[in-house]
Design a binder for this molecule. Structure first.
Ligand code: SF4
Length: 513
């Protein structure tokens, strides 16, 4: 831990630790501007924390490019605790490719494939980005509503859906953008004039729109864009921030939080102004904002009076915006992954809704995995869940975008061979993915976590079930699939202990246990 605020500057392999007291307290965009200016280099790439991370919020994020976030699990607070304001990097070298000619061929083939036979996911993402998923997800009820207790007929009816999706956002979009070299280009810049003014902000993603929109019953797109911008500037995880405000709205409705405890704010459902005021207070850790700045779990513990029943978290992590009652694989992933409540981890969920092109599965040597699973029958899914988890860990640890891996017919293994020269086969790679999952699980065991620490809130599992809407009367049991998944991975369901023969098979016996 640095004795006072610093940032780390890495240029062409040279590492410098630089004074950051003068930028401590600045938002993420102003931080980036200051660091570029004082180093006279507009091309520096910067990952920074905002005031939320500095104030050790457990829902704070690390933000790069003013609005792309390493958002979940409170990573911003880790940097804040270390007094590390930012990492700034620049390099003039280029990564070496083992077989450049083959890489070029693969890129050409991939682009040709998307031109001739674009997948549905590619078409949606490249035209609209993730906001294009809002209306479809609301119509199937994959999107939670009113802190997971509402439905898509009475509480957030059909006429509101386009207001919080691409249809309501399109007029604010100025320009599309892509991460370096990406053909999908799902990002975009937005501009809003008027009360919720945003001069140049990032287009909010699906998760953000859902967390501040249907979860809080807010259908004002300008407020949603503004909330997204505030999260980027303060450095908050938008899922956790939106879901925590939904939690507070429910507490207010039930009289668990009084008006004096909300600093006089009428924190009623759908009140966009109140939502924004509370979010700003969270960024400053002021009054009600201080109470909520660590997320719903910690707020509920401080409030008491039954507030815990309104806190929709797994192990402290707010549940993301995909409903296990719609695709039960989400539930098993939320409670079995070492970083709980993650929508970017693998599992059977995409197969339950038929969202993966079968060609993507065969590119991974996963022909045995059916492209469409029976949603509500968990029987025999444990091994498939484990395979999908392993595959996704490989994608993520390689630095490949999940949208590219799932939305293009992306020949991952071919690319890996051409880039690295490793002569890998699918079986070996999936074993590597399993090893990654097992190591993370072992880390949690060492730190004292047990499987029972990660449980889905009863309401999120449909207990009690919704009375109307697309998920009417549905209750799921995520523990059933978790048990099967643990069996497939060689983990004990009660203690989490890893079987000795599994450690041996994965070559981890010297490291764990
Ligand atoms: S790499 Fe992924 S996040 Fe970036 S523009 Fe492409 S699809 Fe979007």
């Amino acid at each position: 831990r640095a004795p006072r605020p610093v940032y780390v500057l890495i240029t062409d392999g040279k590492v410098q630790i630089k004074e950051a007291s003068h930028i401590w307290g600045k938002d993420t965009v102003r931080t980036e501007e200051s660091i570029r200016k004082e180093n006279g280099d507009d091309d520096l790439k910067i990952a920074a924390i905002g005031p939320a991370g500095e104030r050790l919020s457990r829902i704070s994020a690390i933000i790069n490019d003013g609005g792309r976030a390493a958002a979940r699990s409170g990573l911003g607070a880790v940097m804040g605790w270390k007094n590390l304001k930012a990492l700034a990097c620049k390099g003039n070298g280029r990564p070496e490719l083992f077989d450049k000619k083959r890489v070029d061929e693969l890129v050409k083939g991939l682009m040709e494939d998307m031109r001739q036979r674009p997948t549905h996911m590619y078409q949606v993402l490249s035209a609209f980005g993730t906001p294009g998923a809002v209306v479809p997800h609301l119509s199937t009820h994959d999107t939670p509503i009113k802190n997971w207790a509402g439905n898509n007929i009475e509480d957030f009816p059909q006429e509101k859906w386009p207001k919080v999706g691409w249809e309501g956002m399109e007029k604010y979009v100025q320009k599309k953008y892509a991460c370096t070299g990406c053909p999908i280009a799902c990002g975009g810049w937005v501009k809003v004039e008027g009360r919720y003014r945003v001069e140049k902000g990032h287009k909010p993603e699906y998760e953000t729109l859902a967390a501040f929109g249907p979860m809080c019953l807010v259908d004002d797109m300008e407020a949603l864009i503004y909330a997204n911008e505030l999260c980027n500037l303060y450095g908050f995880d938008t899922i956790s921030a939106g879901a925590t405000i939904a939690f507070a709205m429910e507490c207010y409705e039930k009289g668990i939080l009084s008006k004096s405890e909300t600093d006089g704010i009428e924190l009623t459902w759908g009140n966009a102004d109140a939502m924004i005021k509370v979010l700003e207070k969270m960024g400053r850790r002021e009054g009600i904002g201080d109470l909520l700045a660590d997320g719903a779990k910690f707020a509920a513990e401080r409030i008491g009076r039954g507030a815990e029943d309104c806190a929709m978290h797994v192990g402290g992590e707010l549940v993301p915006m995909h409903d296990p009652r719609f695709a039960p694989g989400w539930g098993a992933t939320y409670v079995s992954d070492p970083t709980p409540a993650r929508h970017t981890r693998g599992g059977t969920q995409f197969l339950e809704v038929g969202a993966l092109d079968p060609a993507v599965l065969s590119l991974w040597g996963l022909e045995e995995v059916p492209a469409k699973l029976d949603k509500y029958n968990p029987e025999g899914k444990g091994r498939i869940h484990a395979l999908m988890v392993a595959r996704q860990y490989l994608v993520e640890t390689s630095g490949t975008c999940l949208f590219a891996a799932d939305g293009l017919r992306f020949p991952f293994i071919e690319f890996l061979r051409a880039v690295t020269g490793f002569d890998v086969d699918p079986k070996e790679l999936l074993k590597t993915g399993r090893r990654i999952a097992t190591l993370l699980h072992a880390f949690n065991l060492r730190e004292g976590f047990r499987p029972s620490n990660f449980r889905l809130p009863p309401r999120v599992a449909g207990n009690p079930p919704l009375r109307v809407g697309a998920l009417k009367d549905i209750t799921i049991d995520p523990e059933y699939l978790k048990r099967q998944y643990y069996e497939a991975m060689g983990f004990d369901y009660e203690t989490g202990e890893i079987r000795k023969e599994v450690l041996k098979e994965l070559g981890l016996e010297g490291l764990v246990g």
